[in-house]
Design a protein around this ligand. Structure first.
Ligand SMILES: Cc1ncc(COP(=O)(O)O)c(C=O)c1O
Length: 496
């Protein structure tokens, strides 16, 4: 793993525009490495043992046993030199802290909203928003759910309605904005449920669970207009906004000549509330809620000291808050925000060329492998995406994250709720891995694809009721992992 320092801001989006004489399309990093962290790669026999000690759940692996950590992009993005430098001036006064003032001023500069509440991460914002606004029987429409968002809404007796366009659930098609709302369905839902039972409509930028797919600015305008017409609040989950901003600029004709800041301001002008996980949007660890009206701020404010910490830090370290202030500025820089999507696009295209089924067009956040296709022979009840995650780790020491049925909660009656998509997400922490490391991951995954028939299913041996994918433990349904190791040794000799 490499910690990369971003040292200066350029005027042009260089990464997206440099052409190579060879004609190859290679994403060019616009930063250089100044601090590194040593990695190790245990041999395949050890990897299979570690995977089983971890209950075949990549969340339960120890980092010392992982070569490339592609579990998530959350809180693991490399910081810039300017972020590190800013941490030294943090003001840790409990009340009236300058760090808080700087963070509030930056959020309000970027989103144009007057009020700001700090929280320790994204799901903490979701807890507070749900606690303040959701009542039993309420319905929250959204383009797609996120695990923690849904858990907080359902915990309070509300339910979630997903209104993604049909293309969003097709692994491969040409749609540039697979994260868009299906507007006629939103309209029909509002009619049916009535605005009184809809506390807010939630827009998720860079829709996580369907492969980091973006929505267009135009779609957000239509959602906001509909909400306004019916007097419903509109809320943006901006955790993955930086990728979405890049895609809007790249793919939405009307936005080609707008700056990233202008696009952000335009999006923010449509919203009543914007919350974010700064573990993603902000390149550090924390979160926040930007609010347009005093009335909404008052509804949520009292929960901050109750659940998070005093209003000046909301559970965050002041040093992280300073890093977020700089990170938010960097999120407005196209050279910075294009790095993730460009690397992801590269990985997805290279896998696609080798026949590996991936989600296309590639989204943000990570390269998503379609486990339904990859592991056609594994029934959905045996968690094909979870099995693939275990197999990828055994094969490569690279850890990804299951985003399929394992990540769902069972229905009330205990039956499985099968996910629409069975994906293995190979997250791309920003500014962390080099292209040769990405090439290694591509190579091992391509080998696994050639040997996919060897992968078998998984079954639960310990299954928590809520958010089971975090702590659940599973076992292979047969001795398929031993056979996979045997084949690895046969093909790779004594290679790690
Ligand atoms: C879209 C989205 N919303 C909310 C969250 C929750 O944020 P956190 O992990 O900081 O709690 C995440 C985290 O992955 C996310 O991707």
């Amino acid at each position: 793993m490499v910690l990369l320092f971003y040292s200066q801001t350029s005027k042009h989006n260089i990464m997206a525009n440099v052409k190579f004489f060879s004609g190859k399309e290679i994403p060019l990093e616009m930063h250089k490495v100044r601090i590194v962290q040593k990695l190790s790669l245990p041999p395949v026999e050890e990897r299979v043992a570690r995977m089983n000690e971890a209950g075949n759940n990549t969340f339960l692996l120890q980092n010392r046993d992982v070569f490339m950590d592609m579990l998530t992009d959350s809180g693991v993005n490399a910081m810039s030199d300017l972020q590190q430098a800013s941490m030294l001036r943090a003001d840790d006064a409990y009340a009236g802290s300058e760090t808080y003032n700087r963070m509030t001023a930056k959020v309000s500069e970027i989103f144009g909203m007057e009020y700001f509440l700090p929280v320790h991460q994204g799901r903490a914002a979701e807890n507070i928003l749900a606690t303040a606004f959701v009542k039993p029987g309420d319905v929250v429409p959204m383009n797609f759910h996120f695990t923690t968002t849904k858990a907080h809404i359902t915990r309070l007796g509300g339910s979630v309605e997903e209104l993604i366009v049909p293309e969003g659930l097709e692994p491969i098609n040409d749609c540039p904005f697979k994260g868009n709302f299906d507007i006629p369905r939103l309209e029909a839902l509002i009619e049916k449920v009535t605005p009184a039972r809809i506390p807010f409509v939630r827009i998720e930028a860079g829709t996580n669970l369907i492969g980091g797919q973006p929505l267009s600015l135009q779609n957000m305008r239509e959602v906001a207009a509909l909400c306004k017409k019916h007097g419903i609040k509109v809320m943006l989950d901006a955790s993955l906004l930086q990728d979405n901003l890049y895609f809007i600029k790249e793919r939405e004709e009307a936005c080609k000549n707008m700056s990233i800041r202008e696009i952000t301001a335009e999006i923010a002008s449509l919203m009543d509330i914007i919350y974010f996980s700064a573990r993603k949007f902000g390149f550090a660890r924390g979160g926040g809620i930007a609010i347009r009206t005093k009335e909404d701020e008052m509804r949520m404010k009292e929960f901050i000291p109750l659940y998070e910490g005093f209003l000046t830090y909301g559970g965050m370290s002041v040093r992280e808050m300073e890093a977020i202030v700089v990170g938010l500025d960097e999120s407005m820089d196209e050279d910075v925000i294009s790095q993730g999507p460009k690397f992801i696009e590269y990985m997805a295209q290279e896998l696609h060329k080798r026949g590996v089924p991936v989600v296309l067009p590639a989204g943000g956040l990570g390269c998503h492998i379609n486990a339904t296709e990859f592991c056609k022979h594994i029934p959905q009840a045996e968690y094909p995406a979870g099995a693939l995650a275990a197999a990828v780790y055994i094969t490569s020491g690279v850890r990804g994250m299951e985003r399929g049925t394992l990540s769902e909660q069972r229905n009330e009656d205990g039956s499985e709720r099968f996910a629409e998509l069975e994906l293995l997400r190979m997250a791309m922490p920003r500014r962390v891995y080099t292209l040769s490391q990405v090439e290694y991951a591509i190579d091992r995954i391509a080998w696994l694809y050639q040997n996919r028939e060897l992968i078998g299913g998984l079954k639960f041996v310990e299954e928590p009721k809520v958010l089971r994918f975090f702590f659940g433990r599973l076992a292979p349904t047969s001795n398929w992992q031993e056979k996979l190791v045997e084949k690895f040794r046969k093909d790779f000799g004594d290679s790690l």
